[in-house]
Design a protein around this ligand. Structure first.
Ligand SMILES: C[S@@+](CC[C@H](N)C(=O)[O-])C[C@H]1O[C@@H](n2cnc3c(N)ncnc32)[C@H](O)[C@@H]1O
Length: 304
C-alpha cells in the first residue's frame, strides 16, 4: 500500500475539472492519479508514466474503472513530454511529478532500495536496462565514489566510506553495502540521519540519473501547459527541491539581454507565476500517519 502524500494539497493545486487533460509523470501506486481522474469525471483524460514497469502494471488494474480516459506508458520523466505529443497530450491543464520511491519499491527486497531488507543491490527504477548499484560500486574508482557520496548524499566522511566500500568488494546485496558503511559510520551533517540512508540515497540518485533528468524535464513540462495550466512537483530532499526552485524561479522571470554592436535586444518573457512562494509541507497529523511524508515539499507554478 502506498499512501499518496499531500493528497488534498495536490488536488487543490491542479484543480481537475471535467474535460481537463492531465499528466502524472511518476505514477507510483496511482493514488494522486486516481484522485485527478475522479475529480475530472466524466471525461477528463490522464497520461500516466513511470520508469518502473511494475508500477504501470499495477496502475493499469487500479485505474481500470476509468477505461479509455487513461493512457499508461513506461518511460523516464524526461522522455514523457515527447511521448505525450505523440499520444495526443501536447497541451495540458495539469501535470504532477511526485519524486522518489513508492512504498511498493521500498518494501520489495528484490529491488534493493532499502538497507532494512536483504536483497540484490539493484536500485534501478527501470530494471530492464542500465547499471545496477552493485555493478557501479564494484567498478567505480574511489574518488568518483567519494564525489557521488558527497554531492548526492551529503555524507560526512565520503572518502572513508568510499574506501570501506572498495575494501568490501565484491558487494552483492543491500546488507553487504550497509555493513561496509556502518564499519566507518559517522553521523552525517544532517543530524540524526542514519549514514546508510544517505549512502543509499546517493547511489539511487546516481544510478537513475535523477537530478539531470529532473532539471532537463521541468522546462519541457512548463512548455506543455495551457495558459492557466499548473505544474505541481513534490520533492523529498534538498537537492531535488533546489532544482525545482531554480527552474521555477527562472521561468517566472523576464530577462533581457543585448548582443553585438547593433545592440540587438532579446527578451525572454516570464512563462509562469509561482503559486507557492514557500513550498507546501505536510501537517503534523499527516507526518504522524505517514512517516514517508515528513520530508515532502510541494511547489506549484501556473502558466501565464
Ligand atoms: C513517490 S512515487 C509516486 C506515488 C504516486 N504519486 C501515488 O500517489 O501513488 C514515485 C514514483 O516515481 C517513479 N520515478 C521516480 N523518479 C522517476 C524518473 N526520473 N522518471 C520516471 N519515473 C520516476 C518511481 O518509479 C515511483 O514509482
Amino acid at each position: 500500500m502506498h499512501i499518496p502524500v499531500l493528497y488534498p494539497e495536490v488536488l487543490d493545486a491542479l484543480q481537475p475539472k471535467s474535460g481537463g487533460v492531465f499528466i502524472d509523470a511518476t505514477l507510483g501506486g496511482a493514488g494522486h492519479a486516481w484522485g485527478v481522474l475522479k475529480a475530472s469525471s466524466p471525461d477528463g483524460r490522464l497520461l500516466g508514466t513511470d520508469a518502473d514497469f511494475a508500477a504501470i502494471e499495477r496502475c493499469a488494474q487500479r485505474l481500470h474503472e476509468f477505461d479509455a480516459r487513461v493512457t499508461l506508458r513506461q518511460c523516464w520523466l524526461d522522455e514523457t513530454p515527447e511521448l505525450a505529443v505523440q499520444l495526443g497530450f501536447a497541451k495540458v491543464d495539469g501535470i504532477l511529478i511526485d519524486l522518489g520511491l513508492s512504498s511498493f519499491q521500498l518494501d520489495e527486497a528484490q529491488r534493493g532500495f532499502s538497507f532494512m531488507r536483504e536483497g540484490p543491490l539493484d536500485m534501478r527504477f527501470d530494471t530492464s536496462k542500465g547499471m545496477s548499484a552493485a555493478d557501479w560500486v564494484n567498478e567505480a574508482d574511489m574518488a568518483s565514489m567519494a564525489q557521488v557520496l558527497r554531492e548526492y548524499g551529503d555524507v560526512a566522511n565520503p572518502m572513508q566510506v568510499a574506501e570501506a566500500i572498495c575494501r568490501a568488494r565484491p558487494l552483492h546485496t543491500t546488507l553487504d553495502l550497509r555493513r561496509a558503511v556502518v564499519s566507518v559510520a559517522r553521523v552525517g551533517r544532517v543530524s540524526r540521519v542514519n549514514p546508510a540512508t544517505l549512502v543509499f540515497q546517493a547511489l539511487r540518485i546516481m544510478v537513475n540519473d535523477e537530478l539531470r533528468r529532473l532539471s532537463q524535464a521541468l522546462p519541457k513540462y512548463i512548455e506543455m501547459l495551457k495558459p492557466g495550466g499548473r505544474l505541481a512537483v513534490i520533492s523529498f530532499h534538498s537537492l531535488e527541491d533546489g532544482v525545482v526552485k531554480r527552474v521555477f524561479r527562472d521561468a517566472a522571470e523576464t530577462h533581457s539581454a543585448q548582443f553585438g554592436f547593433g545592440a540587438q535586444q532579446f527578451v525572454h518573457e516570464a512563462q509562469v507565476a509561482v503559486i507557492t512562494k514557500k513550498p507546501i509541507q505536510p501537517s503534523e497529523a499527516e507526518c504522524r500517519e505517514n512517516t514517508r511524508a515528513r520530508s515532502a515539499r510541494l511547489r506549484v507554478v501556473e502558466r501565464i
